[in-house]
Design a protein around this ligand. Sequence first.
Ligand code: S5P
Length: 267
Amino acid sequence: MSPQVQTQTYDVRLSNHTNPAARALLECILRKRSNLCVSVDLSTSAELLEVVDAVGPSVCLIKTHMDIVEDFDQSVIDRLRVLSEKHDFLIFEDRKFADIGNTVVLQYSKGVHKIASWAQLTNAHVVPGSGIITGLASVGLPLGRGLLLLAEMSSAGTLAQGAYTDAALAMAREHRDFVVGFIAQRRLGDEDWLILTPGVQLGSGGDSMGQQYNTPREVVRRGADVIIVGRGVYGKRGEAGKEAERYRKEGWEAYLARVGGGTSRLL
Ligand code: S5P
């Protein structure tokens, strides 16, 4: 745990980051007073874009699983980008790359989704070793993209803990230009890493397939810089916009409490 980063404002932390995607995310967080990422795990483009349009005003980041969209074509990306400009948010494709460097180069840049061409952020498992980062960086760095490593997971029985988490941190340290932070349940390391935390819902609990939830307040207290909320926001049909705003307020108040109240400019 780094007490220093933990209590620094997003504003101050901007000067700790050089990666363009990390800087753009911090700037968006500040502009919108939102540390909320909504994970829109819906399988038609109409549902996906409808929810993105509804939650857009309240988020700094939209997380996608583009491989679940049944009617995917390039127009889905075009429409998503229009919404990202309309509402001012970044895009994070939750691809969870997990292969050797040569293969992830192809998965990141080619195929149906061409992820590197539209997602400012993506993520990777560290199980293959650091070649996965070298591969992804060869595509992403020239485009100004950033990478998050999965250092911990929210699901019951996860193997991503202890020595595995330490290894993720060590790999990130070797690639500070491209790795901007972690998917984790708490702050990691003494340096300024962006911590994005899934498994978040008001009311906590879990689902029937091992997902485990903590509240926004709890995960921000432990070090989350961005809270990732999926079903908690889009679960009740027609209420995604209202729910997103509720989570935005919760996440922002928890952040202000963590950094010690902040200034009126932050409120
Ligand atoms: O450890 C993790 C990492 C991720 S990226 N646990 C997760 O749940 N996720 C993702 O966050 C998961 O793939 C899903 O898209 C989202 C959580 O969705 P929710 O509906 O449970 O909030």
